[in-house]
Ligand binder design. Structure first.
Ligand SMILES: [Mn+2]
Length: 334
């Protein structure tokens, strides 16, 4: 069996403060912890390849200590001789911050449309990929795919890696179908074992049909929740197992591994009050009822009440184990 670990959208650097002035529980460590967990799993179970689908960092300009910490973890992993392949996402502005560490022989970055080749367990594998295309993937895909694969030799296992919204991918309450930034299924190539992509934060697999074959499109989703719309989603990564039978390699098994995440909760404060004591009692009661490790998104649209919800009050009332943020006031369009 040949094993590939596929994950994406680690968004390292979210809620990570280098010199905190205020003592409160942040989420930065959660993101690093899950990144490390995926690599540990790959290492402990002797994966043949590890693939990252992009949005490695949370934005394109990343403070140096975050870059250093992330690359340090990656460098240590790369020392184990398991190739780490990554395609830059939109949060990288399609380029990863440069670092000497990224010159490691086991780290492969798609900084342009190209293919990388690997020989593992007697299988010859090609991974074609290209950095995120911000606008117009629909019109540009054919040319980019040709540039990435032109002249490629025959291989046993063919994978395509990208960081795009593909037709039929879903997020909470929405399915991507049309538009110049959605890649139509009809454009995807024939004769591939799988299409792997980052970008969509919900883990999912769907298939497209080419030449009477059903080819999976695999999104591992993000390794942590980055937004309240992901509150009900499990987070994790995929393990892909390939096996050879009658001289042909096939994707035999795809399993999703759930990563630990703290509960994410939306708390709506709808009571109208101008009395700080009333509000304090209410918040204490609400916060005592929920999981003490929660990541809480508080909303309050009542102007009188909202005025009392100062950063200081919220800091005093939030249990040390929770992470709480106040959603901005929703403004109706005129
Ligand atoms: Mn992302």
């Amino acid at each position: 069996m040949l094993k590939i670990i596929f994950f994406a959208d680690t968004h390292l650097g979210v809620d990570y403060t280098i010199n905190p002035k205020v003592e409160r529980r942040r989420r930065g460590e959660d993101f690093f912890a899950n990144f490390q967990k995926v690599l540990d799993y790959a290492n402990e179970t002797h994966a043949d390849l590890v693939i990252h689908g992009g949005d490695f960092f949370f934005r394109s300009k990343v403070p140096a200590p975050i870059v250093d910490r992330a690359y340090d973890i990656l460098y240590n992993f790369a020392e184990n001789d398991i190739p780490f392949i990554i395609v830059p996402g939109n949060h990288e502005r399609s380029v990863l911050p440069s670092s000497i560490l990224m010159n490691h022989k086991n780290i492969y970055i798609f900084d342009e449309p190209t293919s990388f080749f690997f020989n593992k367990k007697n299988a010859f594998i090609s991974i074609a990929g290209f950095p995120n295309i911000r606008t117009g993937i629909k019109m540009n895909f054919d040319q980019i795919f040709r540039a990435a694969t032109e002249g490629n030799p025959d291989v046993d296992i063919k994978l395509l890696l990208m960081h795009q919204a593909i037709e039929q991918s879903q997020i909470e309450g929405y399915t991507f179908r049309y538009g110049i930034d959605v890649l139509p299924l009809a454009k995807l190539p024939t004769d591939y074992h799988a299409v792997l992509s980052g970008h969509i934060h919900r883990a999912q697999i769907f298939h497209y049909e080419k030449n009477e074959k059903y080819i999976p499109v695999i999104y591992p989703g993000s390794t942590e929740r980055t937004s309240i719309v992901e509150m009900a989603e499990e987070k994790g990564f995929y393990e892909l197992l390939f096996a050879e039978s009658e001289n042909k390699w096939e994707l035999k098994e795809t399993s999703f591994h759930v990563l630990p995440t703290r509960p994410m909760i939306r708390l709506d404060i709808t009571k109208l009050t101008e009395d700080i004591n009333v509000l304090t009692d209410l918040l204490e009661a609400e916060l005592s009822r929920i999981d003490q490790n929660s990541v809480v998104r508080m909303r309050c649209e009542i102007p009188e009440t909202r005025k009392l919800l100062t950063a200081k009050l919220l800091r005093e009332l939030t249990p040390k184990t929770m992470t709480l943020s106040l959603a901005p006031v929703y403004r109706k369009r005129k």
